[in-house]
Ligand binder design. Structure first.
Ligand SMILES: [Zn+2]
Length: 157
């Protein structure tokens, strides 16, 4: 189940170009109002509390720089069809993502764009999951012990 499945036309109808300059208030909120409320990668809710909402970002599935390099029409890679909600943690794991396996093209069919977006999404999701697992291990090994030491210290004061 991918976030696009719920988009107009099952995710395969080109949606309008993004409006506004702020993820939380503008284009991210556009998705929230249409029922997308959690991180596309780790599934954490981004609307169930104010603190979670502050972590709401928008991920361009095909990164803007890659869309430009590959010759994809700007109205497509800057459209709602190319974005998903992501928590700032997941978004930060892959903010340098590059598509090494794809060459620029003179012209793109919409169907090619959607296939490409879907493949990039799958690939990013796997990379982000691996990064999360590594970060989880670090947290458990190095951060949680500090947190619990601080907690027990606070209790004895
Ligand atoms: Zn996430």
């Amino acid at each position: 189940m991918r976030p696009f499945d719920d988009y107009h036309g099952g995710g395969y109808t080109m949606l309008p170009k993004l409006k506004g300059g702020n993820a939380r208030r503008d284009y991210g909120h556009w998705l929230v109002e249409r029922g997308q409320t959690s991180c596309a990668y780790c599934k954490m809710s981004l609307v169930d509390s104010y603190e979670h909402w502050l972590l709401l970002t928008v991920d361009h599935v095909i990164p803007v720089s890659e869309g430009r390099r590959l010759g994809i029409p700007k109205n497509w890679y800057e459209s709602y069809s190319n974005i998903v909600l992501a928590c700032s943690g997941c978004n930060g794991f892959r903010n340098r993502y590059e598509v090494s396996w794809r060459e620029p093209k003179e012209s793109w069919e919409e169907s090619e764009f959607f296939e490409f977006r879907d493949r990039v999404f799958e690939e990013k999701a796997a990379l982000i999951e691996a990064a999360r697992n590594s970060e989880t291990r670090f947290y458990n090994d190095r951060v949680a012990p500090v947190a619990s030491a601080v907690k027990s210290h606070t209790r004895t004061v």
